[in-house]
Design a protein around this ligand. Structure first.
Ligand code: KIV
Ligand code: ZN
Length: 501
């Protein structure tokens, strides 16, 4: 079996997608989880794109060992300098430089002749290799490029020192058999290709990103670029969890294995969803809420007789616990800490203490605290620590013949501020009351609510996106009361917004 490398680009292509805006601390948190997941490469950002991207790459390079850390750079010296500056303290840095190779991109976007594009690619790779021991070269829009031109440019950049070649299906145009043939063609016709890593990077515009990536592996690709939950530009990139579990479940087909710690998949998916504010669709393969739910009677009967009748992978293999252990208000600090550790989390003592405090509050309202609840609390750090505005009190009055009204009291710098407002509903009224206290123009861009566990006393999770004139922030709130969860999520986003300005 060949080793298939997993190049994760959640923090670059994923973060680049519409509506996602992670701050440095959130990116570092995701990078640390990606390291636990044992991805081979973390593409941490595009250093020249913004000071925030630069700082995130630099912090990840400094603080996340045991994994290759990469920055994207156009085929330009200024980009490469910036990428190297951000990466130079990484244990194993990689510069990923790219230029478009399709006729349409070269003519309309770059306004360059093919030979000029080759010269720029070669110069960029040579320049990057002069700084960084590992350099990946991507031929943007490869799948709409002339195959012989691709062979020419790839052969030239290998000569210039590229250590990896990447074949992006930038606009998600390829089909599996065609993409497989392209990979086989490159393997046969690019000079020196066996000395470098051959990578693929597929977008999902036709829903084929995972299928295309797997077809590439069948035809000799050594590396797949992908993102957690399939986030990415437009319809997204190939979903890491799907690529990895397909390779694990059908390894004999692909003659390849990854080094991914699959038991960390579910946790990674939940973390990325919570921090980006992008919920995972229920029927999403591998990590969706229904991925292991069997509804039909015939299926349930089969499952009871032998799980393999209807289950090709186990929930445990992606880190979904099936445990019956239930904690309650009599469970002590030690029991809670033990369960968190058993679930696979590595927390500092201060983080354990924060989870325990939130657990006690929850156990007071909820009879049984399940593993799912506990995992939600582990990810719920936004609701703790020093905050600019803190909820002291919220009261709403609503009904089908009442105008919804809310009174909210917030603690700001040790002073209480109270306001009341009417709204279209109780959440809207509470948000309007908060807006009156904060007195700054913000727009609610997104609001989602979901039940974390089942039952009448289920924990509800609200995720909101708030924007001001400059930027937008995601906030998350957890409570058994959906009004309280909504207010906490709003305040979580507001605090980030206030702290960033
Ligand atoms: O989709 C794409 O072409 C890219 C490249 C920069 C690799 O993201
Ligand atoms: Zn891409």
């Amino acid at each position: 079996m060949r080793k298939i490398k997993i190049f994760d680009t959640t923090l670059r292509d994923g973060e680049q997608s519409a509506g996602i805006n992670l701050n440095v601390a959130e990116k570092v948190k995701i990078a640390k989880q990606l390291a636990r997941l044992q991805v081979d490469i973390i593409e941490a950002g595009f250093a020249i794109a913004s000071p925030g991207d630069f700082e995130a790459i630099q912090t990840i390079a400094r603080e996340v060992p045991g994994v290759t850390v990469c920055s994207l750079a156009r085929a330009m010296q200024a980009d490469i300098d910036r990428a190297w500056e951000a990466l130079k303290e990484a244990e194993d840095p990689l510069i990923h430089t790219f230029i478009a190779t399709s006729e349409i991109h070269m003519q309309y976007k770059l306004n360059k002749e093919p030979d000029q594009v080759i010269a720029m690619a070669v110069a960029a790779v040579e320049y990057a290799r002069g700084r960084c021991p590992k350099v990946e070269f991507s031929a943007e829009d490869a799948t709409r490029s002339d195959w012989d031109f691709l062979c020419k440019i790839f052969s030239a950049v290998i000569k210039a020192g590229a250590t990896a070649l990447n074949v992006p299906d930038t606009v998600g145009y390829a089909t599996p058999s065609e993409f497989g043939r392209l990979i086989a063609y490159l393997k046969k016709n690019v000079a020196g290709i066996d000395q470098v890593t051959l990578s693929v990077h597929c977008h999902n515009d036709l829903g084929l990103a995972v299928a295309n990536s797997l077809a590439a592996v069948e035809n000799g690709a050594d590396q797949v670029e992908c993102t957690i939950n399939g986030l990415g530009e437009r319809a997204g990139n190939a979903a890491l969890e799907e690529v990895v579990m397909a390779l694990r479940t059908r390894g004999e087909n692909f003659q390849g294995v990854t080094g991914i710690e699959t038991e960390q998949i579910y946790r990674s998916s939940q973390l990325v969803s919570a921090l980006t504010g992008k919920p995972v669709q229920h029927n999403k393969a591998i990590v969706g809420a229904n991925a292991f739910a069997h509804e039909a009677g015939i299926h349930q009967d089969g499952m009871l007789k032998n799980r393999m009748t209807y289950e090709i992978i186990t929930p445990e293999s992606i880190g979904l616990s099936q445990s019956q252990i239930v904690l309650g208000k009599h469970s002590g600090r030690h029991a809670v800490k033990n369960r968190v550790v058993e679930l696979g989390y590595t927390l500092t003592e201060a983080e354990h203490e924060r989870v325990y405090r939130q657990f006690i509050e929850l156990a007071d309202k909820k009879k049984e605290v399940t593993d799912t609840d506990l995992e939600a609390l582990v990810g719920n750090e936004g609701q703790s620590g020093a905050k600019e505005y803190e909820l002291d009190y919220v009261q709403v009055s609503t009904g089908n013949r009442t105008i919804p009204t809310a009174t909210v009291r917030l603690n700001h710098k040790e002073k209480l501020h109270q306001e009341a407002a009417c709204g279209d509903g109780p959440v809207d009224a509470a948000y309007k009351a908060i807006d009156r206290i904060i007195n700054r123009p913000v727009v609610l861009k997104d609001y989602t609510i979901r039940a974390i566990s089942s039952g009448e006393d289920a924990l509800g999770e609200v995720s909101v996106k708030l924007a001001d004139a400059e930027s937008s922030f995601v906030g998350r709130g957890l409570s058994t009361d959906i009004i309280e969860a909504s207010v906490l999520a709003y305040l979580n986003a507001l605090n980030k917004l206030v702290q960033s300005s």
